[in-house]
Each structure stands twice: as structure tokens, then as C-alpha cells.
Design a protein around this ligand. Structure first.
Ligand SMILES: [Zn+2]
Length: 341
């Protein structure tokens, strides 16, 4: 009886040994092969506007074999080839699913807004300037936060007394200035300057500039956008600063009551946006400030660096002259051609 028990025990031991030697061996080999497949990055930190290529290592595949996705397309999007574009400050995960095995590989993405004081605008890449008229108003501060989170800046053409203006929102003028955005002139009361007397033009334009200077510092030049984009030689002469019109009319004021306002604004922007262009919007409308959250990621995804009017002209080496009007700047190609001369 004892012998039989010992026999049975040794049989079980040998069997167990065999199992432990062979089965796990085969299992771990398969696991090791699987482990070799991995994303080239598990974790990346990007700045808004950055592009980064992710790829699966140790796997023979065609583009269509992998399904790329993001957990938050507002933060970062991914192309079907694995190119990640960082859009706004935040975090998300990019996933690559291998269709054949059903396995998903992940990369954690952190997007930071750039330090605006250190931001460098590359003149050889697309640039577009963003401008807001008729403020400041109750939505302007929130808009500044939106711009910062996308690493973008804009020019704010402001009125002293159109609506509430900076007669009421004087602190917002300082906020615009201190956040690295551009403070600019849109007259005191928003009249059509071509219908005004010389004395009135002076009061409206230069009076508004003085009031802006009181808030953000004397001795600086404020670009002028005449209301309705309407000006003549008298206006040019009296204002004696660069006159800035626009090349991309978002028509945001017209669409503000439409339920699909953002979509309509996007249609205009998509149709008119060009390198060196100036986009016109109005920060007094809440709907416009909301639409910026869709306009900005689209522009960034198209490769545009979004900045103020003065920043764009400075980057491209174009001097803004007093008494001259501008509706756009030169393109990257024109900049390169100028440089080669
Ligand atoms: Zn206006």
C-alpha cells in the first residue's frame, strides 16, 4: 500500500514537473513575442501646435492594419498614420489598436500651453493673425483664457464708449495688455469716420488712443481699425498710425443668433483663411468667444501659428507704416523670396 502511494506521488511529481517545464515555457515565449510589439513612446509631453509621430515597433503592418484613436480630440488629435497634433492644454491618451490581434497600445499625452514670453513665431511657417473688435466686454477675460490655453494671441481693437467699452471694463484693457495680447484702437464711440469732421476724427481716434495709453502706458503706438473698415485720406492723415483692415471676415455678428453659429463662422474661416491673413471677429458677442474654441484648434491643425497683427508683421519683417492701410501680411513664400534677394 505504501509503495503504491509513493508510486502515485512520484508520478504526480513527474507530471507536475513536465507541466511546469513545458507549458509555461511555450506560454512565456508567446508572451515575449507579444511584448516586443510596442509604441515608440509610452508618454509624451507636447506644446500646443506640436506634431509628433507615433509608431508601433516590431510589427509588420500596413496603415490600414492599425486603428488610431484619442480619448479627447479637443486636446490632441491623431491621424490614421499615427501623427499626433497637440491642440489645447490638457491630457489624453492616444491608442493604437492592431486589428488582427485586437490588442491596444497606449501613449499618454500631456499638452502644455507655451510660455508666451518665450514663444518664437517661425516666419517660414504659416501665420494668421486673429483680431477682435468692439470690446472690451463681459466675455473678454474668458476669451483671454481660451487664447492662452491654445498658445495663441490676438489684437483687440477697443472702444472707450461703444456699448460699455473700456469706460466700464478698464481693467480688461490692462488684462489684455498684461497677457501678451495686443491693445489697439477702434475709436471712442464707433462712428463711421468718413462721415466725421476732422475735429471729430481727431477726438474719436486720438482721444481713444490717449485713454488707452492712460491704462497701459504712454509713448506707444496703437494700431487703428476704423469702424466698418471705413476710412479715407483724411482719416489716414489725422490718425497717423497703421490702419488695419482684415482678409478673413468671420461674419460672427451676423450669425450670432443662429443656433449653428459656430458652424457658420467655421465655414467662413475655412473658405477665407490664408497664410498672412487677418481674421475679424467681435469679442462683445458671447457666441463669437465660444466659436473661438472651434476656430483655434482648426487653425492649429492646419499648421497656422496664431498671433496678433503686430507679431505677424514683425515675424515676417514687414514694417507697419503710419498712415498706410493693411488687410494682410506677406506669405511664407514671399518672405523666403525677400530673404533670398
Ligand atoms: Zn466695430
Amino acid at each position: 500500500m505504501k509503495k503504491q502511494i509513493i508510486k502515485a506521488l512520484s508520478f504526480i511529481t513527474v507530471f507536475a514537473l513536465c507541466v511546469s517545464m513545458f507549458i509555461p515555457f511555450g506560454y512565456s515565449e508567446a508572451k515575449a513575442a507579444e511584448k516586443k510589439v510596442k509604441l515608440n513612446k509610452k508618454k509624451i509631453t507636447l506644446t500646443t501646435g506640436d506634431w509628433k509621430k507615433l509608431k508601433l515597433k516590431n510589427l509588420d503592418y500596413e496603415i490600414d492594419d492599425i486603428e488610431w484613436s484619442t480619448t479627447d480630440k479637443a486636446v490632441a488629435k491623431v491621424s490614421r498614420k499615427g501623427w499626433v497634433v497637440a491642440l489645447v492644454k490638457g491630457e489624453c491618451t492616444i491608442k493604437a489598436k492592431v486589428k488582427a490581434t485586437g490588442k491596444t497600445y497606449k501613449c499618454k499625452v500631456t499638452v502644455n500651453a507655451p510660455d508666451m514670453s518665450k514663444r518664437v513665431i517661425d516666419p517660414e511657417k504659416p501665420i494668421i493673425a486673429l483680431s477682435f473688435d468692439d470690446g472690451p466686454g463681459p466675455n473678454t477675460s474668458a476669451l483671454l483664457e481660451t487664447l492662452a490655453s491654445y498658445g495663441a494671441t490676438a489684437t483687440f481693437f477697443m472702444c472707450y464708449a461703444n456699448g460699455s467699452g473700456f469706460r466700464v471694463y478698464s481693467d480688461v484693457v490692462r488684462e489684455v495688455y498684461n497677457s501678451g495680447n495686443e491693445v489697439a484702437n477702434h475709436t471712442q464711440n464707433h462712428p463711421q469716420l468718413t462721415k466725421c469732421s476732422s475735429a471729430k476724427i481727431d477726438e474719436e481716434v486720438n482721444g481713444n488712443a490717449e485713454k488707452l495709453a492712460d491704462l497701459v502706458g504712454k509713448g506707444q503706438r496703437f494700431l487703428l481699425r476704423p469702424p466698418y473698415g471705413s476710412f479715407n485720406d483724411t482719416v489716414k492723415q489725422i490718425a497717423n498710425v497703421p490702419i488695419i483692415i482684415w482678409s478673413v471676415d468671420s461674419l460672427d455678428w451676423k450669425y450670432k443668433k443662429e443656433s449653428n453659429c459656430t458652424e457658420l463662422i467655421m465655414k467662413e474661416v475655412k473658405a477665407q483663411a490664408r497664410d498672412g491673413g487677418i481674421i475679424l471677429m467681435h469679442d462683445i458677442h458671447k457666441t463669437s468667444c465660444e466659436a473661438v474654441k472651434t476656430v483655434l484648434p482648426w487653425l492649429i491643425q492646419q499648421g497656422y501659428q496664431v498671433c496678433s497683427v503686430s507679431e505677424m508683421f514683425e515675424a515676417r519683417g514687414v514694417e507697419l507704416e503710419n498712415g498706410v492701410s493693411y488687410s494682410k501680411c506677406i506669405t511664407a513664400a514671399e518672405y523666403k523670396a525677400n530673404k533670398a534677394k
